[in-house]
Ligand binder design. Structure first.
Ligand SMILES: Nc1nc2c(ncn2[C@@H]2O[C@H](COP(=O)(O)OP(=O)(O)OP(=O)(O)O)[C@@H](O)[C@H]2O)c(=O)[nH]1
Ligand SMILES: [Mg+2]
Length: 1127
């Protein structure tokens, strides 16, 4: 970057009103990076000839090879419009679903976005997703309809057809905005209603109920995209042109003499012009009049394309001269029509002008941040803005002001950390030498040359002797200059060799308030930091240096070491960054894992966590090729974890190092990074680990050959019962209904547990409400501990009631009577899709009651015991009996728990009590750390079983079986497992939804691949006006590896699928099934293992986990005769 333009940028950064922080969002391949190229070339950073071909923002090699963007990256651009100069911080984002977390990181630090839509493909799944993300983050969008050239060249539309098609796209996208808007208004209304119910006196006239939904009164016109609003631009990024209707309104108002304002309203829409009368009228279809947009705009573009494609030299010249353009001789003679079109159109309708003018006019500056957005950013979880401490609330004003004075608090949000090669940092890059240094070097080189010469003379004494003057006759420094030519003028700052090869982490951030200065000390607030806690711990008016503050959890103090201007592939050093700007910060590597809030005041709350749409689902285990390189791998994985917003790193109990990624492409990128950048070793990668869930179902009514069960003669009954018996050891009672009764090893307590399948809807509700359940759990814990908590958000309370209501609605019938009130816990990890019901009379505790202490006094004596039972349930739901995968959709009912013997013996035993409370304490520690802290160290996915820990090192035990609480945990876990095993068990498979866009002629092949991989087509639609079909299907994750590649290969690249995790689905076949009736024997054979998909999956998982697999490889082998000889 040229030096004076850096100065320009620094100057522009100070004018907050003229800053625009924007990101480019779209479905994959709709042309974001190409558009960014065009905008970048307008600043002279890349040449206009390369714009659209270079894909400058795709700086990674694999991005260039695959042709997709994989990370979001920022660049600062300068744009002048009239007298105003603007600074545009542009962020290009990826469109591929695997990288949707990168979109979240971009959206957070922007105020506006450009939504790009392909004119042919129209609104696609990811377009919807990004629009929603922009909406949730409260940033304003503008629309670019790109690839208009495809309508001309590929689809061969007439201008009229193109107009209808574009109108259609706008309708689709506005329909989406409409849905988002409606749901918001309705939500707000519901909120207002409950508020007025809570304090009925606050509103007058409440007798008159207002039946309107509020939608009618709310003005939403500014939300919609319409060319006449100035928030839509039509472009062809590849051909370098684009326009908004304002451009044409200006031209035609002069040409035809109609007011610009009138044209602005009518150029888009069904209006036509009566040229003679110079009047604009509504289009009357019958008269065959063309809309203005077609007549005045599209037809001109169409005829230009037509002339160039037909190589009609004369016509081209005519158009060029009538537009008053000057085309270079080289372009005019070029044989490729694309080059000619680009040369003409980029002068006629420069795309960067159209897009940037719209951005500056329609998108907000950092000063326009809305109060709504600020409050949303500041309130995590169940908090309300009003419940924040007054010091914290006061910060809202700072956000809104975005001020740069000394008193303004510095607030920065880091949305991700990205790695750059140390060599690429500005401080390590070659820098221009000063005059003095150049002179010094020259002198140095001259001396060396002289020495060399002298040495040469010494070796070859035959050569004529030269006196010292000979040196001077040499052209001064000519040869040495050649030697050092590449160094002349540029020199790298010495960097230690080891450091040179390393990666540095730069924080991708934005200043929301105050000036970020190099060397300034600042607080780093983790996602779990609470200003309330700080204010409690640190006395008011505490004025020690920041480093000396007493330790407060989730808070650290660091120095802003380096500040950078992000310039795509380059970084530029900055001394300070004024508010409202996007920046890079160096030196936070040890303080920030993935994202964080930085603030100069400790009263600042952490920003709400980023809203990630994708669920990481593809897991692989990695190990070094050479076992000795394990430490490098571990270090590399840690770095990778920091460098990617969405990857997860787990170290499992078995010692496996597991990488969890969002999809296949993401996985590949992570592995490449690990191999080439972070670990720099060879690694071997396991087959993808496919996640399953275990569940139970109702007993089937028909058998495997569709005969009603019980009607046929059982031939292998003995086999079946034998197997059942082998599952349940002696000493455990099972009744006919599957109630398991089991006693602790010391025979003091007896538990009776039954397992029941939950209705599907309930499981779904539980899955959707996991955040809410976690929130309830946190509230209960903090109340139990007597910590003062934040006010429960009224909305949260409502949500809890609603959640309970929904459960009650679906858990009806005799079997489920009163169960909702008796829910004791959810699992695994206290928020999963399984329920523990407590039917015991003695101890009545449920999740709805809040802290246990409140329930009843005598109940508290059961509390510790209850905690052990819940822990047992948590463990049981974390790994099921089939293949140690988590459970889903199971309800465990604790029918009875008999503690009479324990009470007799144990009431006086205080020590026992103490121990159990110790255990409880530990459990709590365990649970809090497994609740998904963003800043936690990479840790194992499975928490170590509690019983192991409790027995460790505790010498004084009440009996030889270990502490009672530990026994209870283990017994409860066993009980749950056996209760499951007596019911029909099933595996659940993870399913992707799969969107495929394909042309009609390859449809058959797409279906073939889908059905081969057990996919199910849900819907097939034809895209209006094109020969494209949109297919929606579901596909098991287990069958999805290589699916995208296979589809692309089979259809010669004409169809490409997009896979997003959607839900869990029960695999109908029973993994333990063996034929029992004669028909089944006949149909499946004795082993019947060829058909059983569920068993195959189960055994594969068991094998991977090193569990016992019951498998007979060859049974009764017979020697085979070679047939070929006797043919
Ligand atoms: N015909 C035509 N092709 C275009 C246009 N704009 C982009 N393309 C092509 O579309 C393809 C994808 O462009 P990109 O800019 O990489 O798309 P993207 O949206 O950045 O893709 P991701 O970052 O992977 O989501 C490239 O082959 C471009 O040449 C256009 O205006 N017209
Ligand atoms: Mg891209």
């Amino acid at each position: 970057m040229v030096l004076n333009s850096l100065d320009k940028m620094i100057q522009l950064q100070k004018n907050t009103a003229n800053i625009r922080n924007i990101c480019v969002l779209a479905h994959v391949d709709h042309g974001k990076t190409t558009l960014a190229d065009c905008l970048i070339s307008s600043n002279g950073i890349i040449s206009s000839r390369l714009a659209g071909k270079l894909r400058y923002m795709d700086s990674r090699e694999d991005e260039q090879i695959r042709g997709i963007t994989m990370k979001s990256s920022a660049i600062s651009l300068h744009y002048a419009k009239g007298n105003e100069e603007y600074l545009i911080n542009l962020i290009d984002s990826p469109g591929h679903v695997d990288f949707s977390s990168e979109v979240s990181t971009a959206v957070r630090i922007c105020d506006g976005c450009i939504i790009v839509v392909d004119a042919v493909e129209g609104v696609c799944p990811q377009t919807q997703a990004v629009l929603r993300q922009a909406w949730l983050e409260n940033i304003r969008p503008v629309l670019v309809i790109n690839k208009i050239d495809r309508l001309i060249v590929e689809l061969k539309f007439t201008p009229q057809e193109a107009y209808s098609h574009l109108k259609n796209i706008l309708e689709q996208i506005n329909a989406l905005t409409g849905t988002l808007f409606t749901s918001k208004v309705l939500e707000e209304r519901a909120e207002r209603e409950t508020e007025s119910q809570m304090n009925p006196n606050s509103e007058q006239g409440e007798q008159v109920y207002d039946w309107s939904t509020g939608l009618e009164d709310t003005d939403d016109s500014h939300l919609y995209f319409s060319p006449d609003q100035g928030n839509v631009v039509f472009t062809s990024a590849v051909d370098g042109w684009g326009f908004g209707i304002e451009h044409f309104a200006k031209i035609y108002s002069k040409k035809i003499g109609i007011k610009k304002e009138v044209l602005l309203k009518t150029l888009w829409g069904d209006y036509y012009i009566n040229m003679k009368a110079k009047k604009i009228m509504k289009v009357d279809q019958a008269k065959g009049k063309k809309p203005l947009f077609v007549q005045l705009i599209l037809e001109n573009i169409w005829s230009l394309y037509d002339a160039v494609l037909k190589k009609d030299k004369e016509k081209i010249d005519k158009i060029v001269s009538s537009l008053g353009l000057k085309i270079g001789a080289r372009e005019a003679r070029h044989l490729d029509p694309k080059v000619q079109i680009n040369a003409i159109c980029s002068q006629w309708l420069p795309i960067s002008h159209a897009v940037l003018a719209m951005v500056c006019q329609k998108l907000p500056s950092p000063l326009d941040i809305t109060a709504e957005r600020v409050e949303k950013l500041m309130c995590t979880g169940s908090q309300t803005f009003e419940s924040l401490p007054p010091e914290t609330q006061a910060l809202k004003a700072a956000f809104m002001k975005c001020g740069s004075e000394d008193t303004a608090p510095v607030i920065i949000f880091v949305s991700k950390m990205f790695a750059v090669d140390n060599k690429a940092l500005p401080q390590n890059k070659p820098r221009p030498l000063s005059q003095e240094e150049i002179a010094q070097r020259r002198e140095h080189a001259r001396r060396r040359h002289a020495e060399k010469l002298a040495a040469a003379q010494g070796q070859t004494p035959l050569e004529p002797a030269q006196d010292g003057s000979a040196l001077e006759t040499n052209p001064v420094g000519e040869e040495p200059r050649g030697d050092d030519q590449h160094l002349e003028g540029m020199t790298p700052k010495p960097v230690p060799q080891e450091e040179n090869n390393q990666e540095s982490f730069i924080a991708f951030a934005r200043v929301f308030s105050g000036v970020a200065q190099r060397g300034k000390k600042i607080f780093v607030l983790g996602p779990k930091y609470s200003p309330v806690e700080f204010l409690q711990r640190v006395p008011l008016g505490f004025s020690a240096p920041l480093d000396d503050l007493p330790p407060v959890p989730h808070m650290a103090c660091c120095t802003l070491e380096n500040l950078y201007l992000l310039m795509g592939r380059e970084l530029e050093d900055l001394e300070e960054v004024p508010p409202g700007n996007v920046l890079g910060i160096g030196g936070l590597q040890d303080f920030v894992l993935k994202s964080a809030t930085l603030c100069s005041l400790p009263s600042c709350p952490p920003f709400i966590p980023l809203n990630f749409e994708a669920t990481p689902i593809v897991r692989v285990a990695v190990e070094p090729k050479h076992p000795s390189e394990m430490p490098q791998l571990v270090k590399g994985m840690k770095l990778l974890n920091q460098a990617d917003p969405c990857v997860q790193i787990l170290i499992q109990e078995t010692g496996e190092h597991v990488l969890v990624t969002a999809g296949e492409v993401h996985l590949q990128r992570c592995l490449d990074d690990l191999k080439e950048r972070f670990a720099k070793i060879q690694i071997s990668v396991s087959e993808p680990i496919i996640p399953f869930r275990e569940t139970i179902t109702k007993p089937p009514k028909v058998d495997m050959v569709n005969e009603e069960i019980g009607k046929q003669q059982k031939v292998a009954v003995i086999h079946q019962t034998k197997e059942d018996q082998s599952k349940i050891p002696e000493g455990i009672q099972v009744d006919s209904d599957g109630l398991i009764t089991i006693t602790t090893p010391n025979k003091l307590a007896t538990l009776s547990v039954r397992a029941m399948p939950l209705p599907e809807e309930v499981t779904q509700i539980l899955e959707e409400s996991s955040d809410l359940i976690r929130c309830m759990e946190q509230l209960t814990t903090s109340l139990n501990e007597g910590r003062s908590t934040q006010m429960i958000h009224q909305k949260t309370q409502e949500r809890i009631c609603e959640f309970k209501g929904k459960l009650e609605q679906h858990l009806t019938g005799r079997k489920w009577r009163n169960t909702v009130d008796q829910i004791w816990s959810f699992g695994p990890r206290k928020c999963g899709p399984n329920i523990l019901i407590n039917k015991s009379e003695d101890f009545q505790y449920s999740v709805w009651l809040g802290p246990a202490g409140k329930a009843s006094k005598e109940a508290s004596k059961y509390r510790d015991i209850g905690n052990s039972i819940v822990s047992g349930f948590q463990l049981a739901t974390l790994s099921g009996p089939m293949c140690e995968e988590p459970l889903m959709g199971v309800c465990f009912v604790l029918e009875k728990w008999d503690l009479s013997k324990f009470e007799e013996q144990g009431t006086s035993d205080k020590q026992n009590q103490e121990q159990s409370s110790l255990v409880k304490e530990r459990q709590r520690e365990d649970e809090t750390c497994s609740a998904g802290d963003e800043n936690q160290e990479p840790q194992d996915g499975y928490s170590e079983p509690f019983e192991k820990r409790t027995t460790k090192g505790e010498a004084s035990l009440t009996d030889c079986y270990g502490p009672f609480s530990g026994q209870l945990i283990a017994t409860m876990k066993e009980a749950c497992r056996y209760a499951l095993q007596v019911k029909p068990q099933r595996l659940m498979a993870a399913m992707y939804t799969c969107d495929i866009m394909a042309t009609g002629d390859v449809l058959g092949r797409v279906y073939a691949v889908l059905s081969k991989r057990e996919g199910r087509v849900l819907q097939e639609e034809m895209k209006e006006g094109t020969d494209m079909f949109i297919i929606k299907a579901v596909l098991p994750v287990a069958e999805s590896f290589g699916f995208a590649d296979e589809i692309r290969k089979r259809t010669s690249g004409l169809a490409s699928p997009q896979l997003v995790f959607s839900h869990w689905e029960i695999i109908p076949s029973d993994p333990f099934w063996v034929p029992t009736t004669e028909e089944e024997y006949l149909h499946f054979g004795e082993k019947a293992d060829s058909e059983n998909q569920a068993r195959k999956y189960m055994n594969a998982v068991r094998k991977r986990k090193g569990l016992y697999v019951e498998e007979k490889i060859v049974e009764h082998a017979e020697k085979q005769r070679t047939l070929s000889k006797n043919k």
